[in-house]
Design a protein around this ligand. Sequence first.
Ligand SMILES: Cc1cc2nc3c(=O)[nH]c(=O)nc-3n(C[C@H](O)[C@H](O)[C@H](O)COP(=O)(O)OP(=O)(O)OC[C@H]3O[C@@H](n4cnc5c(N)ncnc54)[C@H](O)[C@@H]3O)c2cc1C
Length: 100
Amino acid sequence: MAADKQHCDFLIVGGGMAGCSAGYFLADKGSVIILEREDQPGYHSTGRSAAVYATRYGNATLRTITRAARSFFLNPPAVSRRGSKRSMTPTTSLDSTPPR
Ligand SMILES: Cc1cc2nc3c(=O)[nH]c(=O)nc-3n(C[C@H](O)[C@H](O)[C@H](O)COP(=O)(O)OP(=O)(O)OC[C@H]3O[C@@H](n4cnc5c(N)ncnc54)[C@H](O)[C@@H]3O)c2cc1C
């Protein structure tokens, strides 16, 4: 490993959905380095996600974050490569989560 020192305002450990999302928003406020121990980002849970927006999935913290992200998904800041500004589309899924 090179002995060069790197400086940043924000150091994020983990290049999954959480770390990359934090990095995206923090990049407006300073320099960001994301440390990922695998050889590519999104290798673990993020890479296995079915990418279904489900407000009943996970614990209370996760459900709160999911609800808070809704407006971002409906109006993402960048136009996707497919030409649609919307990053969510309706789909059909079978949800076996018990009622909370
Ligand atoms: C099969 C499956 C399906 C899913 N489907 C959905 C779904 O449809 N909808 C939904 O909302 N959620 C779904 N989820 C859950 C969702 O994928 C996770 O909640 C989310 O991806 C977690 O993101 P994360 O960034 O917290 O974790 P991760 O994606 O696991 O990222 C953490 C990263 O940190 C890295 N790391 C850890 N320790 C270190 C270290 N010491 N140094 C450097 N790097 C480190 C890891 O290598 C990893 O890349 C699903 C999960 C699974 C497994």
